[in-house]
Design a protein around this ligand. Sequence first.
Ligand SMILES: [Zn+2]
Length: 333
Amino acid sequence: MKKILGVIAFVILMIAAFHVAHEFIQKKKEVDAFNLHIDEFNACSESKHWSCAESHLKFLLKELPNDTNLQIHYAGILFEEGRYEECISYIESRHFQVPDFDYLVQKSKLLIRERDELGIKDYGHFRLELEGYASSIEVQEALSVLEVAYDSIANLFQFYPEDRIHVVMYQTEDFQGIGPHPDWVGAVYDGKLRFPANLMRFREIYRPILFHELTHAFVHQMTRAKVPLWLNEGIAQIIDGSRTGLPRPNGPVPSLKDLTENFVQQNDRAAAERLYWYSQKMTEALLADAGETRFVKLRDALVDMKKLGTDESLKRHFCKKQGDLLYNFVGRK
Ligand SMILES: [Zn+2]
């Protein structure tokens, strides 16, 4: 009898232990999932991939609906997505006050006013911000060129960005409007596509400039990987078409390191020209023989770059390595 009771007690103990272990594992899984969403939220926010950040933040808010920090982040994301009215009413429905909220409400109201004053109904795939004055005509012209560029780039890559592209048109007197990249004064993509409003007065050059910078925006939306500069600039130049077919510049062949690091701010004009030229040639060599879907392959290579790294991803999709692309010109040492 004692033996039987002992066995029963043992079994009960085992079941209880199993339950505790099961619950522990379950809890751990939940904690891991929660932490994963935090990591993803941080990574997406840092790279300004707002839709991605929003989806992770929504998960976190469901778990911790009263967390004020998460609510502040959520208001910030609504603002970054250009959803100004939603941002204001979300903040107004909170039960606490922080300086961040004051800033977001103020800035949202300003941007709504700016939008209303311009009288433009449809911003298409873009979110616009003005720094200083821009005429409604300049803005409309820019938006229509950008919309055409958007359609053709999206079609080429078969890629449709989740987020609206943030455009900043700013006012400057000293825009020269001369020459090809890297002389393009002030047009840049740094997470926002920035260009001087008066660029729109230079019909013959604004098209390649906007195509170029918008290509950078697409590449940025495709991946959170650090895309090597030669590839980023190479793609943008192929799409804008402004430098295709230029002869090989004089001077030393840049190293792969030179071509991978940031050379956009390069002050030496001849050196910058060389870096842009080799970037385009390397990218052309990458795409050569890749068939009609080469830009779709390129998209896949960019998407996989985060997981695989540059060389592995290029090898998988194009059977080529970046070093080889450069050596094609200079001969292997
Ligand atoms: Zn560029």
